[in-house]
Design a protein around this ligand. Structure first.
Ligand code: PZK
Length: 287
C-alpha cells in the first residue's frame, strides 16, 4: 500500500490513490460482487488475476490505442497509471446480446440507436459488434445512450475516436480469447485524454469484472449463459434464498476455491502464463 498517498476514489472492489500530480495507483482487492452486491467473503488472488489480465491486454493493444499503464507493482495487484481527464461516457462494445442490451432490444428492437435484425434471442451473436455507450451513474445503473445523447456531453471527433478505438480493441481481444475457448460477450472501456489531448485507454480493460466472459464450449443462444468466473458464486447465492440486497451471504470454502480456480483458469488460458509465474514476477505479462 502507498505511504502517504491520497485516496482519491473507490470502486466497488477497487481503490484509487494519487501518487503525484501526473500518476495514480489503482489497487484491485479480492472482493467479489454478485447481483451488484459486494459479498462478505473474498476470493484469494482475484485482485492479482484482474490486474495481471488487464496489464496483459494493455501490453498487447497499445499499438491500437495508447493506454494509461506505467508500471505493475511487485504485489501484482497495483497498477501505476497516468492521470487522465476521463471522458463522460462508458465505452461499451457488445458482440452478443446480453444484459441491458438484450433488455433494450426486447422492448425497442434497438440498442443505443443501433437497429438490430428481428428474431434475435438472448445471447445471440451479433453480425457485427456494436458500440453502445452509457452515462456514468454514481449510484444505480448506467443508462444506455445513443450517439446524439452522447454528443450533448462531448465533441463528435472525440466520440468517433473513442468508438473506433473501442471496436478495434474489442475485436482484437475477442478474437484472441475465442481461440482460447473464452467468449468476451461484451466489455466496458473507459478512456481519457492525456495532457496533450490524445485519447488514452484507462481503468481496467478486458477483465471479467469489466466484461462478460463465457465458456465457449457450452455457448448456446436462447437464454442466459453461465459466467466463466462467477457462476459458482452466483449459483450458490441462488440456492440460499438470498433476496439480493445488502448484505450478501458468506461463501463456503468449496465455492471460494472453485471460484478462485475459474479466475486463475481464465488468466492462464488467456495469457498462456502460469499464475504462479505471474505472482513471482508480475512483469511476465508485459513481455
Ligand atoms: C479514474 N476512475 C474510476 C477506477 C476507483 C475509481 N488514469 C486515470 N486518470 C484519471 N482518473 C481515472 C483514471 C483511471 N483509471 C478512474 N475514476 C477516475 C475508478 C478504479 C477505482 F476508485
Amino acid at each position: 500500500m502507498p505511504e502517504a498517498a491520497e485516496h482519491v476514489g473507490s470502486g466497488k472492489v477497487r481503490e484509487l490513490f494519487a501518487l503525484d500530480d501526473e500518476r495514480l495507483l489503482l489497487v484491485a482487492s479480492d472482493r467479489i460482487s454478485t447481483f451488484d452486491v459486494v459479498l462478505p467473503t473474498e476470493i484469494p488472488d482475484k485482485g492479482r488475476v484482474l490486474t495481471g489480465l488487464s496489464a496483459f491486454w494493455f501490453a498487447r493493444t497499445h499499438e491500437i490505442v495508447p493506454n494509461h499503464l506505467l508500471a505493475l507493482r511487485e504485489d501484482g495487484r497495483s497498477t501505476e497509471c497516468r492521470r487522465l481527464e476521463m471522458l463522460p461516457i462508458e465505452c461499451v462494445v457488445r458482440g452478443y446480446l446480453s444484459g441491458s442490451g438484450w433488455k433494450d432490444y426486447r422492448t425497442t428492437g434497438t440498442v443505443c440507436g443501433h437497429v438490430l435484425p428481428s428474431g434475435l434471442a438472448e445471447s445471440s451473436k451479433l453480425s457485427e459488434p456494436v458500440f453502445t455507450p452509457s452515462t456514468k451513474a454514481m449510484t444505480g445503473h448506467d443508462e444506455n445512450i445513443d450517439r446524439d445523447r452522447a454528443l450533448e456531453l462531448m465533441e463528435p471527433e472525440l466520440y468517433d475516436a473513442a468508438e473506433q478505438a473501442s471496436l478495434a480493441v474489442y475485436q482484437f481481444a475477442s478474437d484472441y480469447a475465442n481461440a482460447r475457448g473464452i467468449i468476451i460477450a461484451d466489455t466496458k472501456f473507459e478512456f481519457g485524454l492525456d495532457p496533450e489531448g490524445r485519447l488514452v485507454l484507462g481503468d481496467e480493460a478486458l477483465t471479467p469484472d469489466s466484461s462478460r466472459f463465457w465458456p465457449a464450449d457450452v455457448y448456446a443462444a436462447g437464454g442466459p449463459q453461465p459466467s466463466f468466473d462467477k457462476q459458482f458464486a452466483r449459483d450458490y447465492c441462488e440456492t440460499v434464498g438470498w433476496d439480493k440486497t445488502y448484505p450478501g451471504p458468506e461463501l463456503p470454502d468449496e465455492i471460494v476455491a472453485g471460484t478462485r480456480a475459474r479466475y486463475v483458469e481464465a488468466f492462464e488460458r488467456l495469457t498462456g502464463i502460469a499464475f504462479d509465474d505471474y505472482v513471482a514476477d508480475p512483469e511476465a505479462v508485459l513481455r
